[in-house]
Design a protein around this ligand. Structure first.
Ligand code: NDP
Length: 489
């Protein structure tokens, strides 16, 4: 790695009540640059006092924030979007330092999509209204769309600023305040989002960031001041957090893991299908929840597909993520690389054919060469479990019915894709997929205008789009009696 690194140390570990907040009595949290293994910043985990301060600030700030008009709230969100766009390069570099994802990705996919969410929900904020129903005898009912109160957001490490903004934008648009806990592995850019909010004029306490591992998340979720929790994480964590939320009857959005299928029929456009397989398995070094890691390929196109995918994988540029020509960065941590290595070994041991890749690169940093398996069967571990790394599995199939039933034979249900030029078959497959987010002749695109989320074990609730409003607000109905009240006695 020859590129000089920009500074990563933040002013303070947390951001509470409109200002950086430090509590050095919290356990140290070293921040590691995944491309070198070097420590680039040192923070502290939140103490119970810091967690309490964040929740108190949010609870105190929320009513006045909700009392602003939606247009006023929206204006601040849209200003924040402009600040993120203005600072996109610096934010992208910081995201690259935090995650190891190549700058070629972070420049277009991270702060940029955070800005999209803030702009979209900033626009929507002023349009939120209730309804009115005539109920007979001149009486009527109207509904008020109200904020929930304090929302806790908990993020994964693969898209830190995007996840923070995908949760904060709809939450704040609806008049909630938020305490956000980034993943312990990637604590830096959520603090920058907090600073951007402050610069845009967000009242103190409406958006707070506290650092911590699972215990801090658990403390936030069980606090009585919290009305809702929105988690992006793995299925096991989702089960724990959802159970904790249920114990306190809190609202919950769960954006969890997946083992998504992409079904490629004989009549598909080969290059497009291969491109989708590359994007859907190797972007962000495979650390994407909705990745299409089960590539079901029909027998007639199977060999050509595998040959072309293997050939194009040779074009991957693995290395310094700060170089804009790099297309594959390191994994986020050595631990994650070891997990993925373990799956590669299991794939080989269970009889799949490793066409290429899967080996850890020598030298510093947590690099792993993208892996392609063929001859994968539904019962193999690599076809059943979420790997969360650059490992693609090709599974051969013969008929449409077979492909659909095998695609759905999983506990997960986040995303699914189909490549075919048969219009009716494409829509039949989309209707048949047990997945929250489906694609026809495309894959892994997540525009803010469209709902995103999973079914089955992949979670509940939706992010992005108007659908997210339902998950960050509640409806109160108000019955208005226009006639005298009758009673039986
Ligand atoms: P984890 O489930 O390990 O962690 C997610 C977050 O939850 C982290 O901030 C973690 O803290 C926190 N956490 C852990 N335990 C608890 C608890 N008991 N109570 C409250 N919070 C807790 O996921 P990863 O960070 O490893 O991210 C990868 C996973 O995220 C994959 O399964 C992936 O599919 C999923 N994901 C889903 C997305 C979606 O939209 N559906 C998008 C992106 C990722 P810490 O890690 O700091 O200890």
């Amino acid at each position: 790695m020859t590129t000089a690194l920009p500074p990563a140390q933040p002013t303070a570990s947390h951001f509470i009540d409109g200002a950086p907040y430090e509590d050095a009595s919290g356990a140290p949290l070293p921040v590691i640059y995944p491309a070198t293994g070097a420590q680039i910043a040192r923070l502290h985990l939140a103490t119970p006092a810091a967690v309490d301060a964040a929740l108190s600030a949010a609870a105190a700030a929320q009513p006045a924030w909700a009392a602003l008009t939606g247009t006023e709230r929206g204006r601040i969100l849209r200003r924040t979007a402009e600040i993120l766009r203005r600072d996109n390069r610096a934010l992208s570099e910081l995201e690259t330092l935090d995650t190891g994802k190549p700058l070629s990705e972070t420049l277009v996919a991270d702060a940029a999509s955070a800005a999209d969410a803030l702009e979209y929900f900033g626009g929507l904020a002023g349009t939120l209204t209730g309804e009115q129903m005539e109920v007979g005898g001149g009486d009527f009912v109207y509904t008020r769309r109200e904020a929930l109160g304090v929302v806790v957001g908990i993020g994964a490490w693969n898209y830190p600023i995007q996840i923070a903004a995908w949760k904060a934008a709809p939450a704040l648009a609806c008049g909630n305040a938020m305490v956000f806990k980034p993943s312990e592995l990637t604590p830096l850019t959520a603090l920058k989002l907090a600073e951007a909010f402050r610069e845009a004029g967000l009242p103190d306490g409406v958006f707070n960031v506290v650092q911590g591992a699972g215990e801090v998340g658990a403390a936030l979720v069980s606090d009585p001041r919290v009305a809702k929790v929105s988690l992006t994480g793995s299925v096991p964590t989702g089960r724990r957090v959802y159970a904790a939320a249920a114990a306190h009857m809190k609202h919950a959005t769960m954006e969890l893991g997946g083992k998504s299928p992409i079904v490629i029929f004989d009549d598909a456009d080969l290059e497009n299908a291969v491109s989708a397989a590359i994007n859907g398995n190797f972007y962000s070094t495979g650390q994407i929840c909705s990745n299409g890691t089960r590539l079901f390929v029909q027998s007639g196109i199977h060999d050509a597909f595998v040959a072309r995918l293997a050939e194009r994988m040779d074009g991957a540029v693995i290395g310094d993520p700060m170089e804009e020509a790099t297309t594959i960065g390191p994994m986020v941590s050595d631990r994650q690389r070891q997990i993925v290595r373990g799956y590669v070994e299991k794939g080989v041991a269970e009889g799949a054919t490793l066409v290429k890749g899967g080996e850890a690169l020598d030298g510093p940093g947590f690099f792993l060469r993208p892996a392609l398996f063929t001859g994968v069967t539904d019962d193999m571990t690599i076809a059943r479990e979420e790997i969360f790394g650059p490992v693609a599995s090709v599974l051969k199939f013969e008929t449409e019915a077979e492909a659909l039933s095998r695609a759905n034979a999983t506990e997960f249900g986040l995303a699914a894709g189909v490549f075919t030029n048969d219009l009716r078959r494409a829509h039949r497959m989309a209707a048949g997929f047990q997945a929250g987010t489906c694609y026809i002749n495309a894959y892994n695109l997540t525009p803010v205008e469209a709902p995103f989320g999973g079914v089955k074990a992949s979670g509940l609730g939706r992010e992005n789009s108007k659908a997210a409003i339902e998950h960050y607000s509640q409806v109160k109905s108000v019955y208005v009696g226009m006639a005298d009240t009758e009673a039986p006695f």
